[in-house]
Design a protein around this ligand. Sequence first.
Ligand code: NAD
Length: 353
Amino acid sequence: MKILITGGAGFIGSAVIRYIINNTNHSVVNLDNLTYAGNLESLSNIESNTRYFFEYADICNAVELERIFSECQPDAVMHLAAESHVDRSIDGPAAFIETNIVGTYTLLEATRAYWNTLDTDKKAAFRFHHISTDEVYGDLDGPEDLFTEDTPYAPSSPYSASKASSDHLVRAWQRTYGLPTIITNCSNNYGPYHFPEKLIPLVILNALAGKALPVYGDGQQIRDWLFVEDHARALYKVVTEGEVGETYNIGGHNEKANIDVVKTICQLLEELVPVKPDGVAKYQDLITYVLDRPGHDVRYAIDASKIERELNWKPEETFESGIRKTVEWYLDNKQWWSRVLDGSYAGERLGVF
Ligand code: NAD
């Protein structure tokens, strides 16, 4: 199988590519336009593999997409390219509308045109897998409620509204044109190679530098944390075994309040890096409460029983084991994150392209 993966230089996309190259015989074409969130250094362990190819392209560019489909002849598309950071969507929603909505539309149309050229067997076997978020469902009222695949959409932020729009487009392309699509909606991911603007890597790296650990509002917002390598395994199961037209929710059964996540990281650092930056007595002393994000959803939690039941997938990591692996990875991979922090990961691409 040859799989075209959009957004493969990002956090989750790179985990999916590493998983497929290391665990299967399939080929992967990584289509990415390397925004600030795209980092080819996350793929340095597999980039020389002969089953891995990179295409520098924008999903909004219909001409480029047509060329790539015709040259690559993929058997499946896994669509992860997106603008993904909620805070950025509040400050500047335009890029989210462009990439997440117009880009998904342009990719769907390019996929449809290519799919229509396939013979009957290949057409039936083809899959367009759209990777989305549980944030499309808005937030949960009761402490016991869970998002199921039937929960109505009620997005709160420009990011989640743009992802909800893209989900609707994908469903419409399946219903209207018969394109064999599958959608997955997953909870907050964490793990190695996570861009340091997101909560968990930000807290780890700020604590190591003796900087403030910012926590929105009272820190009681609850997220269901999913280790990125568990997610990559789930996505591979869905694209190879999932039912066309279906949606699968993917979650880690790890509901944690943000403040507890931050405190857990501080405790791990006390154990793993007892020698602290100057002037820091305890990492936890660095916690600083900041003004809450507008429209901040209070609680997300996923009912992942459908994918567990139908595709026999289960997360392997608990939050405790996954967060320890993550902190250890950041301690062992200073070169990766220091090149992100100083911007040199992005400078290098100017020489390549
Ligand atoms: P990310 O921001 O780390 O990576 C996005 C990637 O897409 C980058 O490599 C970027 O260069 C690329 N990209 C952006 N715009 C593009 C364009 N116009 N053309 C081509 N490539 C483009 O994102 P992520 O955290 O890896 O998330 C991947 C997908 O999973 C997204 O669709 C996101 O909405 C979804 N998701 C993420 C999470 C999470 O916790 N990170 C949770 C649920 C769903």
